[in-house]
Design a protein. Sequence first.
Length: 282
Amino acid sequence: MKDGLTAQATGEAPHEDGAPSPSVPPPLAAARLGGRNVRTLHLLRNLSLLLFLAFSLGVFIPLPQIILLRWRDPKTTAFIEARQAHLRALGRSDAIDRRPVGLGQVAPALVRAVLAAEDARFFEHHGIDWEAVSSARQWNQAHARSRRRRLHGASTLTQQLAKNLWLTGERTWWRKGREGIDALALDLLVPKARILEIYLSAIELGETTYGCEAASRALFGVSASRLSASQAARLAALIPRPVWYRAHPEAWERRAELIAQRMESQPVPAGLTNTRALESPK
């Protein structure tokens, strides 16, 4: 009992056997408290980093939408919605003619024409054609002082699709950076044939005409599967400025002739327009 009273007098808690428990030295207690605070700060920092990465992925890379593209056609695109808003602002109808079709319902000539016109190395790069980027930079630098110069671009079909689906047409490094990141993710997660299929059913080919099926019927009165080589070249020649080319038929024809010449040497994987090509892994 004396030991317990002594413990109470000294402020120490007694053991079960009545012996006083040793007190924790103040420096050791402070060290333990400081260790817990450091661990808590590290945990909060890591959680903040994870939240930031998740937010960044959601903003810059629309992963859920990209993954769904493997099986589901997009209902619309950012470019179509922007065009509809513009038409409504002018007091006009915002009706859009777009008829998505499978790659097996597209004439091989049109596939060859589009590749020859826009992305000859589509099946060789991984979303961005760095060789084309280098060539375009050299050309633009060499003609920087030309009064009639027109900038050469190097956007792949994958980049164009990413821009059409989720971005805008503004010419900024911010938009171009997002386009490149989305294109790399698209190429990684979606088969090449599927990217090409969606592109052909979403690309602008008239003020209110989107996709090769709607454009084939509007321009030539036939489905995309029945296009001839010359018709395919003319359709591909509208990309990427269909409204301008339709208003300048001579320039349209010159571009179509150039594409027709390139089509002869444009490589296309065997069986590409067969539906089995869409199901094969990358």
